[in-house]
Design a protein around this ligand. Structure first.
Ligand code: ES4
Ligand code: ZN
Length: 325
């Protein structure tokens, strides 16, 4: 359809993307072989067959099981480069990528290997295609808080190579309040602040992310729809949500696309953006997430507004935003 044909030409920013979630099964096995690492699945078909998730935790178990194949700067480069090439075809002109540095440090990988690899791929994408973007250090909330500080220690000598700090992984039982000091430290280092909240966790976690961590965006945030006072707060402060429709369906945060709260959030006046989260695992890159909204009645002007909202919600500088708007 003409609507779908025009989608890739809308300049968009991808603001909720876990670089490890772009690890396609074929690349996972290629890296396993290159590094002499054994995956807990015999082949690509068996790994893909395991992509049948009941909730966030069942996905995270598989996602973390694949991570040990990532070992060298070259691995992080190849992973990031493949994502940037793929997302360029969906019209992604600016990409802010989460990385679970604590997990790689625990696997014995130096922080510099992770960042050198990712930044080399970002620099190449900027040179060859004009794509801008950066790296967000995602704090893995179900690991000890001390390891989050260790991750900050490991990047402190090159903090200008990061755009921000985030908070991800298993949400329920790990409220934002646990990370106030980590986020204060990151803010003092000049980092932007975002956090996953209200994916599986209650609206009160979204409130904590805003009021206690000082986040400038909320990742997912879909359960904010349950709390009118919180919706008013997000609108009043202009705090955008990075919504990931296909992720929410695959992890059963919502029963189906038709009942996804994205429409209700927009109607409430919240700044909503569309993103892919872990596209290798959830059945589509950002273009597929926009296309899924067409299935539930979104129109061409609405998709254009969502794309523009993603640019405005990004941490790109004002000159770059103006180019893309
Ligand atoms: C994630 Cl979908 C999702 N939620 C929370 N943490 C994550 N890490 C990677 N994907
Ligand atoms: Zn996420």
């Amino acid at each position: 359809t003409p609507l779908l044909d025009a989608l890739p030409r809308l300049p968009k920013a991808e603001l909720h993307l876990h670089v490890e979630g772009t690890l396609e099964p074929e690349l996972a096995f290629a890296l396993a072989q290159r590094n002499g690492v054994v995956l807990p699945y015999p082949d690509v078909a068996a790994l893909r067959a395991a992509y049948d998730f009941g909730d966030l935790q069942s996905f995270l178990d598989l996602y973390y099981a694949c991570m040990p194949v990532l070992r060298t700067a070259e691995d992080f480069h190849d992973l990031t480069a493949a994502y940037l090439e793929r997302s360029h075809r969906d019209g992604v002109a600016h990409a802010e990528l989460f990385v679970d540095l604590q997990v790689h440090l625990a696997n014995g990988i130096p922080a510099d290997a992770v960042l050198d690899g990712m930044l080399a791929a970002l620099a190449e994408a900027r040179r060859t295609r004009g794509t801008t973007g950066g790296v967000i250090l995602a704090v893995v909330r179900d690991r000890p808080v001390a390891t989050a500080h260790e991750a900050l220690d490991a990047v402190a000598h090159r903090v200008h190579d990061l755009v921000g700090i985030g908070l991800d992984s298993a949400e329920v039982g790990y409220p934002p309040a646990l990370f106030v000091e980590v986020f204060e430290r990151a803010a003092a280092l000049g980092l932007h602040r975002v956090a996953h909240a209200g994916e599986e966790g209650p609206p009160s976690y979204v409130v904590e992310a805003v009021e206690l961590l000082g986040v400038e965006r909320v990742d997912h945030g879909i359960r904010a729809v349950e709390d009118p006072t919180l919706l008013a707060l997000l609108v009043e402060r202009g705090i955008p949500l990075t919504v990931c429709p296909l992720s929410n369906v695959r992890l059963r945060a919502v029963p189906d696309l038709a009942s996804h709260p994205i429409r209700a959030l927009l109607d409430a006046g919240v700044a909503v953006t569309v993103n892919s989260d872990d596209p290798a695992y959830f059945g589509g890159y950002v273009g597929a997430n926009y296309a899924a909204l067409v299935q539930v009645g979104f129109t061409a002007p609405e998709l254009a507004r969502l794309a523009a909202a993603s640019v405005r919600a990004s941490f790109a500088d004002d000159a770059r935003k103006a180019e893309l708007l």
